[in-house]
Design a protein around this ligand. Sequence first.
Ligand SMILES: Nc1nc2c(ncn2[C@@H]2O[C@H](COP(=O)(O)OP(=O)(O)OP(=O)(O)O)[C@@H](O)[C@H]2O)c(=O)[nH]1
Length: 310
Amino acid sequence: MDTEESTPQPIEPAKSDQRCGLVALVGRPNVGKSTLLNRLIGYRLSIVSPKPQTTRHRILGIANRGQGQIIYLDTPGIHQAGKSAMNRQLNRVAQQALDEADVVIQVIEAMQWRDEDQQVYQALENIQRPRLLAINKTDTQKSKQELLPFIAKVTGAHAFDEIYLISARRGDGLDRLEQGILKRLPQAEPMFAEDEITDRSERFLAAERVREQLMRLLNQELPYSTTVEIEQYQREGKMLRIGAVIWVEREGQKAIVIGAGGEQLKRIGTAARLQLESLLETKVFLGLFVRVRENWSQQDAALKQFGYTD
Ligand SMILES: Nc1nc2c(ncn2[C@@H]2O[C@H](COP(=O)(O)OP(=O)(O)OP(=O)(O)O)[C@@H](O)[C@H]2O)c(=O)[nH]1
C-alpha cells in the first residue's frame, strides 16, 4: 500500500526530492499498452495496430515532469505461450520488464476480464512492488456509471494498490495515473538526459515503422510471418536513405506482400515513409525488398539475427 516510512530520517538528506524509476506496462495483447505509452510520453514511439501482438520488443519511453523522470517499459502482450520460438520470446520480454520495474501497471479493457487477463494477474502476484490497474478504453462506455459493477467485481477478486479509469486514445484520466505513478517511484536523480525519448536507435524505430504498416495492411495471419531488417541507413545531404528487407517465411507469402504489379508493397512503403518523415523530421528515401527465410519465427538463430534476443 501507499504508506509513508516512519523510520528515522537519513543523516544525509537526499540531494533533491526528484523521483525516477521504471514503470512496466503489462497486459494481454491488444488492450492498448502501446497507445498508452505514446500518450504518456507525448510521442508516437511504440507502434500500434488493431491486431493483437503488434509489440514484439521491450520499448522504453521517457517522460520528464516537474517532480521527476518516469521511464515506461511497453511490453509484448502476455499470452498463452504457444510452441513457437517467437511466442516464448514475447512472454520472456514481458517477464524481464516485470523483473526490472519499480511500479507495475496492468492494463485491461473496460468491461473485460478474460482468462488471459487473469493469467497476467497471476504473473504479477509474487511481485513485491506497487501494482496498479488501468482500465482502458473507457471511451467505449456511455458513462462511468455503467462501469461500476465491473469495477466492483474486479477489485473484489484482485489486489491492486489503486485503480485508474483511462482512455489512452482520448487521453482521459492520465494526469491522475501519472500522479499515482510519481508518488510511488523511488527518490532518485534522472537516469536519462532531458532531451532523450528512448534508448532505441533510429534504425530500430525505422524497422518498427515498416512493421507497423505490415501489421496494418496485410490480412489475417500474414503479418505474424513477417519481420523487418534494416540493411542501409545513410544520410545524403538533407535526405535519409533507408534500405529495409521484409522477411517472410514462404515463397507464397512473398507474392502477397508484393501484390499484383507491386501495388501492395508500394502502399506499405508509402505509408511507412510518411510515418518515418514525420518521426525523424527529415526527407526519407525508403527502399523495400522482400526475401524468404523458411520458418524464421520458429528458429532461435533467426530471432537473434533479427534483433529479438540479446
Ligand atoms: N476505443 C479505444 N481504443 C483504443 C484505446 N487504446 C487503444 N485502443 C485501440 O486498441 C488497439 C490495440 O492497441 P495497442 O496500443 O496496439 O495495444 P497493445 O496492448 O499494445 O497490443 P499488443 O501489441 O498486442 O500487446 C488499437 O486499435 C488501438 O487504437 C482507447 O483508449 N480506446
